[in-house]
Design a protein around this ligand. Structure first.
Ligand code: NAD
Ligand code: MG
Ligand code: MG
Ligand code: MG
Ligand code: MG
Length: 336
């Protein structure tokens, strides 16, 4: 944690270009502007984000134009798009001494982007989705952020990265210093082993176990998917202690005696192997190759996930629970 609360002072007379206007891009651009910074959003003229950013009251420009004057360039497009964006729009146009900022270290850490030696390279990764980063800022709060310095060409990289973190509201909450390797590897591990990969495959295995044993699919859905939120909310708010406080004694005893049989030493050994593949670059190499080959395997796997019977059962049940207000589910992955 930082000793004193950073301010936006180091960027007050700077021009900031935010490339990409998705989850993080929109939140960062609006928060920085409301913090009094000079912000331009760099997006493609014919893309959907152009009109959206303008309607939100922001200046917009093509990425290459946005970069030309910028003292700080925030790269907030999807990770796989960033290397070409760097080569085409950033490298030929960035001012010497400008700062290049990422919200995830993937491309720098795995050497998909080799930044020019005369620019600063930093990272600010909010620990929450863009919508939360914006909402908390509007309430006068902030979402905690990780920050890191990969390259300090100007000698002012630290001042700039802390000013950016202050500008998006993160400094109001908490800033934790890290490095690109730690941010990238822990982020990938979390989403693969626990949050996305681990949690969904645990749910599907539980659902299949119940349905194959003859129980009603609707009841299986409630027990292993719907109610997961109640438990996650308790963990999120108060850790293991709060969960134990709110679940029954029977549930606690079942948890403590059966949980370790589901997730055991073998599971942990496989997690370690997944971490090894992240650390030695095999995962990054595989994903970049898949993306460059047109995402055929990625699309097939995603379509298979979305074709799981739990999806149809869940859609029917959620339609009777309007308070959930779900965003429309994808029927299939777009092919373009
Ligand atoms: P996103 O998919 O929501 O938005 C990407 C935006 O980039 C699009 O809206 C569009 O404006 C632009 N874009 C897309 N393709 C482009 C192209 N070819 N050229 C130029 N612009 C293009 O992305 P995101 O989820 O906000 O992720 C941005 C970065 O933030 C990534 O590095 C990601 O790892 C990181 N990050 C995301 C989150 C999150 O909660 N989503 C959290 C922390 C860090
Ligand atoms: Mg993450
Ligand atoms: Mg991630
Ligand atoms: Mg129950
Ligand atoms: Mg129970």
């Amino acid at each position: 944690m930082t000793a004193q609360t950073p301010t936006t002072a180091a960027l007050q007379s700077a021009k900031v270009a935010v490339l990409g206007y998705g989850s993080q891009g929109r939140a960062h651009a609006l928060n920085l502007k409301d913090s009094g910074l000079d912000v331009v959003v760099g997006v493609r003229r014919n893309g959907p984000s152009w009109d959206k950013a303008r309607a939100d009251g922001l200046k917009v420009a093509e990425p290459a134009d946005a970069v030309k004057d910028a003292d700080l360039i925030a790269v907030l497009t999807p990770d796989m798009v960033q290397p070409a964006l760097y080569t085409d729009a950033i490298a030929p146009n960035a001012k010497p001494g400008a700062a290049l900022l990422f919200a995830h270290g993937f491309n720098v850490h795995f050497k998909q982007i080799a930044p020019r030696a005369d620019i600063d390279v930093v990272l600010v990764a909010p620990k929450g989705p863009g919508a939360l980063v914006r909402r908390e800022y509007e309430k006068g709060h902030g979402v905690p952020c990780l920050y890191a310095i990969h390259q300090d060409a100007s000698g002012k990289a630290r001042d700039k990265v802390l000013a950016y973190a202050a500008g998006i509201g993160g400094a109001r909450a908490m800033l934790i210093e890290t490095n690109f390797g730690e941010e990238t590897e822990t982020d990938l591990f979390g989403e693969q082993a626990v949050l996305c990969g681990g949690a969904t495959k645990l749910v599907l295995a539980g659902y299949e176990t119940l349905v194959e044993a003859g129980y009603q699919p609707e009841i299986a859905y409630y027990e292993v998917l719907h109610e997961l939120k109640l438990i996650v909310d308790l963990l999120h708010e108060g850790g293991l202690a709060k969960m134990h406080q709110f679940i029954s004694e029977t549930a606690q005893y079942g948890d403590l005696t059966r949980g370790p049989r589901v997730v055991d030493g073998d599971t942990k050994a496989r997690m370690r192997k997944i971490l090894d593949e992240i650390q030695d670059g095999r995962f990054a190499q595989e994903w970049v190759a898949e993306y460059q080959a047109g995402n055929g395997n990625y699309r097939a796997l995603k379509n298979a996930d979305l074709a799981h019977p739990i999806e149809a059962v869940g859609a029917g049940l959620r339609a009777r629970m309007p308070w959930l207000n779900p965003t429309p589910a994808l029927a299939a992955v777009p092919t373009s």
